[in-house]
Design a protein around this ligand. Structure first.
Ligand code: FAD
Ligand code: NA
Length: 390
């Protein structure tokens, strides 16, 4: 078969950015092998034929970044429509902003907090402090303590404890502090979900970005193909691997790295020129609703809200967390961290191979992190080539 400069496993963001850079900056050829029947990895979106609404196959994707380099880079592949994401939660039957803001607290606890100072005071009264044997303040040892230190018992019990259980099938007390360490709490009315300076959606969706990134004649994409079934036939000078690191080293017979996954239940509503719910994403943190009915899902995503799409129908997806299925979120515990370290050592020793992306690094990357990481790895791997050619 033909020889390529680079073979790339995976047509997600990581693999596509690498291929695009080799083609555009160095004129090098890449063969991308993708096991799914589409490009785009987990960013893949498409137009639902029944409703005409563009939806994402692997959950809502909101672009946000503080990296100027990434923001500049993505301009090349799409027009971007400014969009500041807002999430609502239904708690005790009431809609409240998520993250927690002054309005969240006022609504849930019938408070009349009117200023940042009053919100800080309210939080201070709620927040729990932990002490060691010597009476010294100590750091949180698990995610329950982290949450109690940040938001106090009441918000913890109402929102963070049951939501975390739905997401991880473990209570925060059983999870390391890092899981809830970044709970955003605002001492103002800023209900935006992200605070990055650049927040936007691609005008024609994410898949269109990948079409453009991969359009160079220097890039060949083969879908429906598992790398491990064709690896012996490939001729490439260098390999970029964006699949799961434990699959790459399956021959070692080590344990698999654990992931949490999601299921998406698709619902179409006819005769709905408006919306099913008040926001694109509505979280359902509690285990039961106000009528005592079990709520076994974490959130509902209604894509029509994004980019103000119109249709006489609407479509939404009910999300539930589960074990097994597509690998989405690395499970943060010491066992997995230590196991990953062993895989990482093997990966570092592997000659001629660069491990890129969220699966190869067993790490949750936002899209902008994935792009930045790929750009930086490209720079690193091609430093000498660029010096040689000036
Ligand atoms: P992937 O997109 O997973 O691509 C890897 C590709 O490799 C896949 O297509 C896979 O099929 C392929 N592959 C694996 N093994 C093989 C093999 N053996 N042979 C051939 N191909 C193989 N980020 C944001 O910034 N904002 C968001 O709102 C956001 N929402 C998200 C919601 C969910 C539910 C999830 C799971 C992620 C979200 N992300 C979001 C993160 C975003 O999806 C990732 O940053 C991005 O997909 C990472 O790209 P990647 O190329 O590293 O991995
Ligand atoms: Na191409």
């Amino acid at each position: 078969s033909k020889e390529y400069d680079n073979c790339i496993v995976g047509a997600g963001l990581s693999g596509s950015v690498i291929a695009e850079n080799y083609a555009t900056k160095l004129g090098q050829t890449s063969l991308i092998i993708e096991k799914r029947n589409h490009i785009g990895g987990n960013c893949y979106d498409y137009t639902d034929t029944e409703t005409g609404i563009r939806v994402s196959l692997f959950g809502a994707h909101l672009f946000h970044t503080r990296h100027e380099r990434v923001w500049e880079y993505v301009q090349r592949f799409s027009e971007w429509v400014p969009y500041e994401h807002q999430v609502l939660g239904i708690v005790n039957g009431k809609h409240v902003p998520i993250p927690v803001t002054i309005d969240t607290v006022n609504t849930l606890f019938d408070e009349k907090i009117a200023s940042t100072e009053e919100m800080d005071e309210w939080l201070k009264k709620e927040q729990v402090t932990f002490y060691d044997e010597d009476g010294e303040e100590r750091e949180a040892e698990n995610s329950e303590e982290v949450a109690l230190m940040r938001v106090g018992q009441r918000l913890y019990d109402l929102m963070f404890k049951p939501y975390t259980f739905k997401q991880w099938a473990k209570y925060p007390a059983e999870l390391g502090p890092e899981v809830l360490s970044r709970i955003p709490v605002r001492n103002n009315h800023d209900g935006r979900y992200f605070s990055d300076p650049h927040q936007a959606l691609p005008k024609d969706g994410y898949t269109a970005i990948f079409d453009k990134m991969l359009s160079s004649p220097k890039i060949t994409v083969v879908t429906n193909t598992d790398y491990f079934e064709v690896r012996d036939k490939l001729k490439c000078k260098r390999l970029y691997y964006t699949g799961p690191v434990d699959s790459y080293f399956a021959d070692l017979g080590w344990a698999k790295l654990e992931y949490r996954s999601l299921s998406f239940e698709r619902v179409v509503k006819d005769n709905t020129p408006g919306y099913f719910q008040q926001a694109s994403v509505v979280n359902h943190p509690q285990a039961t609703d106000v009528d005592g009915k079990e709520v076994d899902f974490t959130r509902i995503v209604e894509y029509k809200h994004l980019l103000n799409q119109t249709s006489d129908k609407t479509i939404y997806f009910i999300e539930r967390s589960k074990d097994g299925g597509e690998p989405y979120y690395p499970v943060p515990n010491d066992e997995n961290k230590n196991l990953y370290k062993r895989y990482q050592e093997m990966a570092e020793k592997e000659e001629g191979v660069t491990f890129v992306g969220r699966l190869a690094n067993y790490k949750y990357f936002n899209m902008d992190d994935a792009i930045l990481n790929a750009l930086e790895l490209f720079d690193k791997d091609t430093k000498d080539i660029k010096t040689a050619t000036g």
